[in-house]
Design a protein around this ligand. Structure first.
Ligand SMILES: CC(C)(COP(=O)(O)OP(=O)(O)OC[C@H]1O[C@@H](n2cnc3c(N)ncnc32)[C@H](O)[C@@H]1OP(=O)(O)O)[C@@H](O)C(=O)NCCC(=O)NCCS
Length: 180
């Protein structure tokens, strides 16, 4: 188990800052076209050193950027979730995630991780609103955000290339309970 501060804890998962020990699993996911199909990181390959640099860069971001999604029952690192575009004036940020362990897909881990990052953002991080963007063809991601309380806020027609087709982008948002 990686000894690090737990940022948020749910019924089956917890979030902690990503660590160098996470690189082997992370690297396998980042180079798997089935996992990265809807991610903008898919247009290049990723070495362990690339990810080390990326993790160091993310750690300098406001609110620490990249977090590991870990199962509570076996401390297995199954994915990552990231807050980006943090705006301290508007108190907004954007959420992106990947569940890389394919045997953990479709079991509600994605929606639980999004819920945990929302609790952390609206609680300790003092944010007011989170946003996300998904390819319309990424049904699992769209569903996972809706299950975690996000609402559809708009559609961008034919925004993204998915295979050989341009698909809509769906913009999602979730407000925290305290708007002040
Ligand atoms: C998208 C992702 C985070 C979803 O995580 P997950 O743990 O599988 O999601 P959940 O189990 O919480 O919810 C998925 C929902 O989508 C549904 N779903 C999954 N695949 C589906 C498909 N192909 N068609 C229709 N529904 C689908 C599931 O049934 C579930 O809905 P339900 O609970 O109402 O039945 C995960 O698949 C992933 O990381 N994929 C690769 C990276 C990625 O695409 N990230 C998102 C970029 S925005």
């Amino acid at each position: 188990m990686v000894e690090q501060k737990i940022l948020a804890k749910g019924s089956r998962l917890y979030l902690r800052p990503i660590a160098l020990e996470d690189i082997p699993s992370y690297q396998a996911w980042m180079n798997d076209p089935a996992i990265t199909r809807y991610l903008e990181s898919r247009f290049r390959s990723w070495s362990a050193d690339d990810l080390k640099d990326y993790i160091a860069q993310e750690a300098k971001r406001p609110l620490g950027g990249l977090m590991a999604i870990v199962r509570r029952n076996d401390d297995r690192h199954i994915g990552n979730i990231r807050l980006s575009s943090v705006n301290p004036v508007h108190r907004t940020a954007s959420v992106g995630l990947l569940i890389g362990a394919t045997d953990s897909h479709g079991r509600g881990f994605g929606s639980e991780a999004i819920g945990l990052v929302a609790d952390l953002s609206f609680g300790a991080f003092g944010l007011r609103k989170l946003t996300a963007g998904v390819y319309a063809s990424n049904v699992a991601s769209h569903r996972a955000f809706l299950k975690a309380g996000f609402m559809e806020e708009g559609r961008q027609k034919a925004q993204w290339l998915d295979g050989e087709t341009y698909v809509d982008g769906i913009l999602l948002g979730r407000l925290g309970t305290i708007q002040a």
